[in-house]
Design a protein around this ligand. Structure first.
Ligand code: HEC
Length: 177
């Protein structure tokens, strides 16, 4: 393909890609994630208060960072969830430096599975009206935007009991094969 035409084609395809998502991120560093990428919490690995998995099969490293008492950088493919409707997924290095390459998801979950209500970087707002990034970015650097307890984040407006109740009633766990 002659160079000017190639350039035009590349330009056009990046415009099209940007049109498909309302936030800026390097789409060449993006993992493919759709509603089938998400699992019932019971199918994930529990570490302390939250649940993790790894979309690329690197569960050991994700669990190692999640269990670390000194923090660390989560590997690409890491998926983290506290309550069924809120999930963070780590894209490839350089996808979006501002969020440490994390994408935030607000899901609506039912016995039919997961539907993506909102996804993105710094602008995603949850069902309680809070901005995911706004709270999670307060975690001290070594925690890679993971709030846990005592990492410096603004607290959630729900009690530990309410969190456990939501974790224990994930409707997706009732899904028929
Ligand atoms: C008001 C601040 C706040 C908002 C808004 C918020 N979070 Fe959190 N999030 C927290 C805190 C604090 C924790 C730790 C809770 C705990 O275990 O006590 C947490 C926990 C989590 C966890 C488990 C890992 C961790 O960081 O401890 C995930 C995943 C998560 N939130 C994703 C999201 C997503 C996705 C959104 C938006 C759709 C969101 N959060 C909105 C404060 C917030």
């Amino acid at each position: 393909m002659p160079f000017p035409l190639l350039k035009k084609t590349l330009l056009l395809s990046s415009v099209l890609l940007l049109a498909g998502q309302a936030f800026t991120a390097d789409s060449s560093k993006q993992l493919e994630i759709d509603e089938n990428s998400f699992d019932c919490l019971g199918a994930m690995t529990q570490v302390g208060e939250f649940f993790v998995s790894n979309l690329l099969g690197n569960l050991d490293e994700t669990v190692a960072v999640a269990s670390s008492e000194t923090g660390g950088k989560y590997p690409v493919g890491s998926m983290v969830s506290l309550i069924p409707s809120e999930v963070m997924v780590k894209h490839q290095d350089g996808w979006n430096p501002e969020t440490n390459d994390w994408e935030f998801f607000e899901l609506s979950v039912s016995e039919m599975g997961s539907k993506i209500a909102v996804r993105g970087t710094t602008e995603v707002v949850n069902q309680f009206g809070g901005n995911c990034f706004g709270c999670h970015t307060l975690a001290r650097t070594e925690w890679d935007l993971i709030c846990g307890t005592g990492h410096g984040c603004a607290p959630l407006p729900i009690t530990r009991e309410q969190i456990h109740a939501m974790q224990n009633s994930d409707p997706r766990c009732e899904m028929k094969e």
